[in-house]
Design a protein. Structure first.
Length: 384
């Protein structure tokens, strides 16, 4: 069997590192063609030495990497992400970057007809109408990596699209699920980063604490599975064992269960339609779990979830503003410039100020993204 050629964008982040864990666990099945990272160039260099890709790319500190290549220390050559994903040796592109940086290479991959595995929420939130249109036009597969969307995807294998009644996304509730509302004003970044179930990057961990990530996932699901937002629900499930559910029109419900380990949905996306044995992911034993709990999220406890769902209902350029304003607000929260609840306040003010652009083009999506970033920066400066 010919190895699957991989381009991994965001290879030094949590998803990227776990993708390489899956590659290591299955020698000979994958061939790493390209690796791209943001700032962790030392780790990227180590990965390049191990996997010997054809291409490497970095954001900041790019000059350091170029010098290493020029000196012959690395055999890979430099290429921008949009260029590397189009190489004929690449069969599958893993988009594990954060924010708007994933949009350009995702579109480049789809326009080249490449199967694209998405772990970047903002790509579909910002421009779902454009991304899905390009995927259809070029007959390129979109494969979800997020555990929730992977669960839905797996539940839908072999099912007719028009048989779906409702999609239900599960949310652990994050580190503050039991924190009284009046105490949230004082929680710290360190506390927000202590997710009870998952080991993830900082941005998504904070988004899990605000539950904004679940609103983003609802918008993603709307585009991935062509189900109206009003038929997508969120329930709290603190154990993170049921990763999501699909209800069908006959009343049947399918759920996908597994231990909270991202290597399982990553492997699923990399090897689809085949299921292969995994030595890296522990098996689920429900006898040890004992009880599974479910509940309804309190929108007062999680105002970011309500904001995300509202932005999704409004549509147009509003989801792009939501994602960009949140990204900036989370950065400032992690830096200690604003408080936890200020994240929702900044996002709310951005959405209330923004004049929505109907059916935005790619340029208009990017303009909305830049506007929201500037707005959020100014919002923070006015309060520091």
């Amino acid at each position: 069997m010919k190895p699957i050629g991989l381009a991994i964008l965001g290879s030094t982040g949590s998803i990227g590192r776990q993708t390489l864990d899956v590659v290591r666990a299955h020698p000979g099945r994958f061939n790493v063609i390209a690796l791209a990272a943001g700032t962790s160039v030392t780790l990227l260099e180590e990965q390049a030495r191990e996997f010997r890709p054809r291409y490497v790319c970095a954001g900041r500190e790019a000059e350091y990497l170029r010098e290493r290549i020029k000196a012959g220390t690395l055999t890979a050559r430099w290429a921008e992400m949009e260029e590397m994903v189009q190489d004929t040796a690449v069969d599958l592109v893993v988009v594990a970057t954060v924010g708007a940086t994933g949009l350009g290479p995702t579109l480049a991959a789809l326009r080249s007809g490449k199967a694209t595995a998405l772990a970047n929420k903002e790509v579909l939130v910002m421009a779902g109408h454009i991304v899905t249109q390009e995927a259809k036009r070029h007959r390129a597969e979109l494969r979800p990596i997020d555990s929730e969307h992977s669960a839905i995807w797996q539940c839908l294998w072999g099912e007719a699209t028009d048989s779906v009644e409702r999609i239900v996304l599960t949310a652990s509730g994050g580190p503050f699920r039991d924190t009284p509302l009046h105490e949230l004003e004082r929680v710290t970044a360190d506390e927000a980063l202590r997710h009870p179930n998952w080991q993830m990057g900082q941005k998504i961990t904070v988004d899990s604490a605000t539950l904004l990530n679940k609103g983003l996932e609802c918008i993603e699901a709307r585009w991935l599975f062509d189900v109206p937002l009003e038929r997508i629900d969120v329930i709290l499930h603190r154990e993170s064992i049921v990763h999501s559910l699909v209800e069908f029109r006959d009343g049947s419900i399918k759920a996908q269960l597994g231990v909270p380990d991202m290597r399982l949905p990553i492997q699923c996306a990399l090897t689809y339609p085949e299921r292969i044995a995994s030595a890296t992911v522990p098996k689920l034993d429900l006898r040890l779990i004992g009880t599974l709990n479910f509940g309804t999220p309190d929108m007062r406890q999680f105002p970011c979830l309500a904001l995300a769902l509202e932005a999704g209902r409004r549509g147009d350029s509003c989801p792009a503003v939501l994602a960009a304003a949140d990204e900036i607000a989370v950065q400032h929260f992690l830096a200690g410039h604003i408080r936890f609840l200020d994240i929702s306040r900044a996002v709310s003010d951005a959405l209330n100020t923004h004049v929505a652009v109907p059916n935005p083009s790619l340029d208009e999506v990017l303009e909305a993204d830049q506007w929201a970033r500037g707005f959020a920066e100014d919002w923070v400066k006015a309060r520091v």
